[in-house]
Unconditional design. Structure first.
Ligand code: PGA
Length: 224
């Protein structure tokens, strides 16, 4: 996996939008399926997406993960995040999130819809979605316990560490690897080291993002 380096995060976002645009144009299917991530990294991507001329009524979205035990309207729930940052502006045909109700069937849905492009961030510990270090390659959508490292990283969005949920629902590695294309995004110097390990180091469960080396269609974007 070769990392495309950008000095300017805005031009990185524009390149990503153009690339998705291109895939939508080339797609022979009636519907286009986007896999979406949350966190701070894709925020500018969603801002740009709002202004595209994509026909959202012909697009489905699947989010990677969701906290357990947060009500839907909690400001830190990922569903709320997506509403606030994208769905209010683009009305997709239908959007899915893993939850207590559907997580056992999420992979069936994913296979049925077959994600065209999966957007991914990377955690400072190498996680993708909530697949923490140690996650096996054949993992599917499931309920997981969050590591202290991840809860600490995410505590900046909550009033206190105690408010950060302890569990979440997440797509597994195998679920993610089934996407036709994967765009792995990282922003900031604090992500550079883990991104390089994931892309150029050994494929290991210690760095779940390193599994992506085994996918045949991954693009990696990094900006400072
Ligand atoms: P971030 O999170 O975009 O907020 O850095 C990425 C992740 O933990 O996957």
């Amino acid at each position: 996996m070769k990392i495309k380096l950008y000095k300017d995060c805005n031009s990185m976002t524009e390149t990503i939008i153009e690339s998705i645009d291109d895939s939508i144009l080339k797609s022979k299917e009636y519907y286009f399926v986007l896999g979406l991530a949350t966190g701070s990294t894709p925020l500018s991507l969603y801002k740009h997406m709002r202004n595209t001329n994509w026909d959202a009524s012909k697009m489905y979205t699947f989010n990677l993960d969701e906290y357990a035990d947060l009500p839907y309207n909690h400001p830190q729930s990922y569903e709320h995040y997506m509403e606030e940052n994208l769905f209010t502006y683009k009305q997709f045909k239908k959007s899915y999130f893993p939850s207590e109700k559907n997580y056992r069937n999420y992979d069936v849905m994913l296979r049925l819809f077959n994600i065209d492009i999966q957007i991914l961030g990377i955690g400072t510990n190498g996680h993708i979605a909530f697949n923490e270090p140690g996650t096996p390659k054949d993992s599917l959508t499931r309920k997981v316990e969050l590591t202290e490292n991840t809860r600490k990283d995410n505590s900046r969005f909550f009033d206190s560490m105690d408010d950060v949920p302890t569990h979440a629902y997440t797509m597994g590695i195998e679920s993610i690897m089934e996407a036709k294309q994967i765009y792995l995004l990282a922003k900031g110097k604090h992500k550079k080291d883990i991104l390089e390990k994931a892309c150029y180091g050994e494929v290991t469960s210690d760095i779940p993002a390193s599994y992506l080396q085994e996918h045949k269609n991954v693009k990696v974007f990094y900006c400072d």
